[in-house]
Ligand binder design. Structure first.
Ligand code: SAM
Length: 239
């Protein structure tokens, strides 16, 4: 009789620019967001022997922020416009049995920090501090399926809007720039180009609502006007 319950312990956690769920890309590699995985005691560099031979890795993780809300068999699908539903097992929803997520990311290399392994990755779609439960190499001969089909592709493709900084936001960025990582401006642009508003507002080319997204330790305010994402303000959230 198979065991009916398993206990899984995280092997580490990932640090990412995403300090809240809002505006995290829906899937990996839609923005070049960097991540750093720090590991629990007991995992030394021996466990990573050979990992530099792989350009990409699968991260298996727990959707820890939404785990307590449980799951339901039908989920709303952003790719169907937000209201239509799909079976949870036909979706990549966070609200799923066991709350396990998987993302393919670029392997940016293992380093040692105070003799502990730190794995750098890029293209992440994970909230900061997400628990990592396993890592496996992406092996193209088996994992890449060129003839694979995704019938939802035709519905709501990921938007690609122009993004501009207001004069004030550009000035705030340049004044504070040593405090922000070098990729801050391009990362912000690539995330907001995907129009993280709820799907039902995507048709609004002039949206009066001002949105705020927290990236690294900055709050970025923005609005969609004439179909363009206008960044109006960037401030350090601790201020
Ligand atoms: N690529 C993964 C997969 O397919 O399993 C994740 C896809 S899921 C649709 C991506 C979304 O999960 C992100 O946009 C973010 O809103 C959410 N998310 C990321 N990390 C999370 C976490 N630790 N807890 C809860 N939600 C998270």
């Amino acid at each position: 009789m198979p065991s009916s319950a398993f206990s899984i312990k995280p092997i580490g956690h990932i640090i990412t620019p995403f300090r809240q769920k809002f505006a995290i890309p829906r899937q990996p590699n839609l923005a070049q967001a960097q991540g750093e995985i720090h590991f629990t005691e007991g995992l030394d560099e021996t466990a990573f022997k050979g990992i530099d031979g792989f350009s990409h890795l699968w991260l298996l993780f727990v959707f820890h922020e939404t785990l307590s809300r449980g799951w339901k068999p039908l989920v709303k699908a952003p790719r169907l416009g937000g209201n239509a539903t799909l079976g949870v097992l036909a979706s990549r929803s966070t609200h799923r049995p066991n709350g396990i997520g998987m993302s393919v990311v670029a392997n940016k290399g293992l380093t040692l920090h105070q003799r502990k392994p730190v794995l750098r990755v890029a293209g992440v779609d994970l909230l900061c501090d997400t628990p990592i439960i396993d890592i496996k190499p992406y092996i193209p001969y088996a994992d890449c399926v060129p003839q694979a089909q995704d019938s939802l592709d035709k519905y709501h493709p990921i938007p690609h809007r122009e993004v501009v900084f207001s004069a004030l936001a550009a000035q705030q960025l340049s004044q504070a720039s040593p405090a922000y990582p070098a990729d801050f401006a391009t990362l912000t642009q690539s995330i907001l180009a995907q129009d993280p508003r709820p799907a039902y507002r995507h048709a609004l080319e002039d949206d009066p609502k001002v949105y705020k997204v927290r990236l690294y330790d900055a709050d970025v305010s923005w609005q969609v006007q004439r179909g363009i994402v206008q960044i109006s303000n960037i401030s350090r959230w601790a201020e």
